[in-house]
Design a protein around this ligand. Structure first.
Ligand code: PMT
Length: 397
């Protein structure tokens, strides 16, 4: 484990009822030997007193950028330079929006903007506020900006409503912080990923595609980045922002995906094939829109190249991870697929539960047998999958 005792964290508390949980979070982190410097917004002081946070952190709490604590009146610079990470817990919808837009109208938002260290954000708000498209857009933007989002959780809320938006429990947040400081297990390792659907044109406006959203593949890219990997992401059409730090290459058809994979695979240590590649393409797509006629329409389909099969069949293949999307007989089909594709690791999922969804469940097949990664949001699942990949990859290298 990384020497956690040397770490210093700024804990930013914003104005939500979950602020009371930050007291316990501080206690847990201080118990681990982490130095906590608390910075609160004015609104946060309505929910928990600076005196409480000062007693638990053992340090004077910062609230105001014009405060008396710093002789040079540069608290935003001093604090953000003297820290290994900033964690905002709880982060209100308003504060998240400020982070997204780079607003800096109080000490906490200013030091976040001035930071040169990683930031973790633990959202806490009413479920409608969380589900609001504006908040969801903001969260996606923070992820794209390289911010780590912790939670929120589902459950009963202070307002009495049920749903997503509860801040994670202090013990979960403390664990996430400790994990965050773990060594970068894939530092210097090149990961090539395919994600999303492919689109095979029928004519100028129509095509054959599938419902893959890219969420699973993009989450795996994000998890690999967190472990320090160099990530190249070859993606079919999705509505997702590129994970911060990944080299994103957009393609439309399986043929284009194949071409880019061939180009990049020679310089790859780990290949993860998450894309839902169309097995067939139209033999002769029409450049013009096909006019409707009273009779039927017959399309001739040709098989697409098996991209994963090609990579695993290379004389010196990278460590290959395949996916299997099955609608039934998951265990039987997936185990067979791993053998036909000749790959060390295959992650199987039930397509009706996985495709387009935010959550997923994976069954991993490798030489040692089967391992279930229980249902969780795709990023959490991706992190668990990456831990498994690292273990097998290290063993073979
Ligand atoms: O994108 P999401 O909405 O988050 O959904 C995620 C997912 C369900 C798409 C993902 O988890 C998943 O299962 N991806 C693989 C889907 C798939 O095409 O499975 P398959 O059983 O048809 O293919 C087996 C493997 O071969 C896959 O690794 C696939 O990427 C690869 N393949 C398939 C066909 C082909 N021509 N070339 C390939 O490389």
């Amino acid at each position: 484990m990384e020497q956690i005792q040397t770490k210093r964290i700024v804990l930013g508390i914003t104005g939500g009822i979950a602020a009371y949980k930050s007291a316990e979070l501080t206690r847990l982190l201080v118990n681990q030997g982490i130095q906590i410097q608390v910075a609160m917004t004015e609104a946060a002081c309505h929910f928990i007193t600076p005196t409480t946070m000062q007693a638990l952190s053992g340090k004077q709490v910062f609230i105001n950028q014009w405060g008396e604590h710093t002789a040079n009146h540069m608290a935003h610079i001093n604090l953000s330079r003297a820290t290994d990470a900033i964690i905002i817990a709880p982060a209100t919808a308003d504060f998240i929006a400020k982070l997204v837009h780079g607003l800096a109208d109080d000490l906490l938002s200013t030091l976040c903007l001035a930071r040169n260290c990683p930031m973790l954000v633990a959202p806490a708000m009413n479920r409608q506020m969380w589900e609001n498209p504006a908040t969801q857009r903001n969260i996606q933007q923070l992820v794209a900006d390289g911010v780590t989002i912790l939670g929120p959780a589902n459950g009963t809320q202070a307002c009495g409503e049920e749903g997503m938006g509860r801040m994670l429990e202090p013990s979960e947040l403390a664990r996430a912080v400790l994990t965050f400081f773990q060594p970068k297990l894939l530092s210097g390792v090149k990961v090539l990923l395919t994600a999303g659907p492919t689109y095979e044109a029928i004519d100028a406006v129509r095509g054959i595609t599938n419902r893959s959203s890219g969420k699973m593949g993009y989450a795996i890219a994000q998890a690999a980045l967190e472990l320090g990997a160099e990530v190249t992401l070859i993606s079919g059409p999705t509505a997702l922002p590129c994970p911060h730090g990944a080299a994103l290459m957009n393609i439309t058809s399986a043929a284009e995906m194949f071409e880019l994979v061939q180009k990049h695979v020679t310089d790859t240590d780990i290949f993860i094939s998450v894309a839902a590649v169309a097995d067939y393409r139209v033999a002769q797509p029409s450049e013009q829109k096909i006019k409707k006629s009273t009779g039927g329409l017959t399309l001739e389909l040709l098989p697409n190249p098996d991209i994963l099969g090609y990579v695993s069949g290379l004389p010196k293949p990278p460590f290959c991870v395949g996916f299997a999307a099955e609608s039934h007989n998951l265990y039987e089909y997936a185990a067979t697929k791993r053998k036909t594709k000749k790959i060390p690791l295959l992650a199987a999922n039930l397509v009706q539960q996985a495709i387009g969804a935010d959550d997923n469940e994976l069954v991993l097949f490798d030489d040692a047998g089967e391992h279930v990664l229980p249902r969780a949001n795709k990023l959490k699942l991706a992190r668990a999958l990456l831990q498994h990949i690292v273990k097998l990859y290290r063993r073979g290298n």
